[in-house]
Design a protein around this ligand. Sequence first.
Ligand SMILES: Nc1ncnc2c1ncn2[C@@H]1O[C@H](COP(=O)(O)OP(=O)(O)OP(=O)(O)O)[C@@H](O)[C@H]1O
Ligand SMILES: [Mg+2]
Length: 407
Amino acid sequence: MGNCLMQPAKLAHASSITFASSEIGKSQDDVKQDANNDSKRVPMESLNKSLIASKFDASVPSSLKAFSFNDLRNATKNFKSETLLGEGGFGCVFKGWIDQNTFAPAKPGTGVVVAIKKLKTESFQGHKEWLTEVHYLGTLYHENLVKLVGYCAESDNRLLVYEFMPKGSLENHLFRKGVQPMAWVTRMQIALDVARGLSFLHGLSANVIYRDLKASNILLDSDFNAKLSDFGLARDGPTGDNTHVSTRVVGTRGYAAPEYVATGHLTPKSDVYSFGVVLLELLSGRRAMDDDRVGSVDETLVDWARPFLMDTRRVLRIMDTRLGGQYSKKGAQAAAALALQCLHTDPKYRPPMVEVKATLENLNNPKIAPATPPTQASYGLKLFPLSSLLNLLVWVLLSVSSVMVAG
Ligand SMILES: Nc1ncnc2c1ncn2[C@@H]1O[C@H](COP(=O)(O)OP(=O)(O)OP(=O)(O)O)[C@@H](O)[C@H]1O
Ligand SMILES: [Mg+2]
């Protein structure tokens, strides 16, 4: 695989990129505001300084463990191919073992398993994103964000050490050939976990915008609980009277909100759009961007799905055939309607993540989830549970027999 093992890289999906149109739609004011916003972010500024000086100490959250390069080399059997978990645009991810208490490298198969991301040394952008990730994941904790255990900054080497997510990425489960298709309830639970993670970020006083939501950045633990990973593109959102922050346009094709790509204006609603795309992927089992559709009118999943989403009679045609029809039709219709709202071309009309989360909580709650309407017979049983019917029967029998005895 790729640069990790000295062979040409081939990624299964579109990697995060800087869009070619990035600065084109931006006014001088926007560019200036961008610079201002950056200069206000004191912790990042000081992180950058420490990077330039190649000394990495004061600004790093103290909760993180500083690993030496040698530690991580030993933890991964010298980054051996058999420990390679995957590869992205900025580097490779290896499986490693460390001691639970001392965090010293442990013998493979003992101690705790961690995932170690090793950035390609040549990219300055990579360094910047590495710093951003340390900044955010070193200070933010939530059950739907992947945990950062530590980092390594030794000469040109930049590595990150995360909790290991045994089921890998959502991308692998939705799109990789030969993988067992995920059940409907699992898909909806994953959508809810992601909504919880984003809702947490948007609810912070800094209005953190994640900016790179996609199936490959959603990682799954052994019970398919989902967590957001890769905070390299995250940034603080607008506060006070500001409606947006202006930035370079970065993200991933097929997932990035159209108004953000066109103008560079970033708001939490950009994440809501990307969430709509991920929800569509969960429903349809199709990629946000498919090589086979490039150049056609329905190049992106959104272009392909929109006409179906807008027609209640045809909406279920988007559903993944690998589900074999095993899903609640009402639930699927409600999820598709939610996706359509999130994908609204005008960000004003997209629901905030906290509302998206509430809708999915209802959808995942069997007591109030929209279900296929019950038949009359089952409705009768629901009103009078079996135990009550039996009690009633016993009571009638006893009454009849006591009347007979009295008679
Ligand atoms: N904490 C982890 N536990 C288990 N596997 C992981 C972990 N982090 C990453 N991986 C695996 O490594 C792969 C590569 O991750 P990485 O974040 O480098 O790239 P990507 O998200 O696939 O693409 P890109 O970041 O370039 O857009 C993931 O798809 C996943 O399979
Ligand atoms: Mg990633």
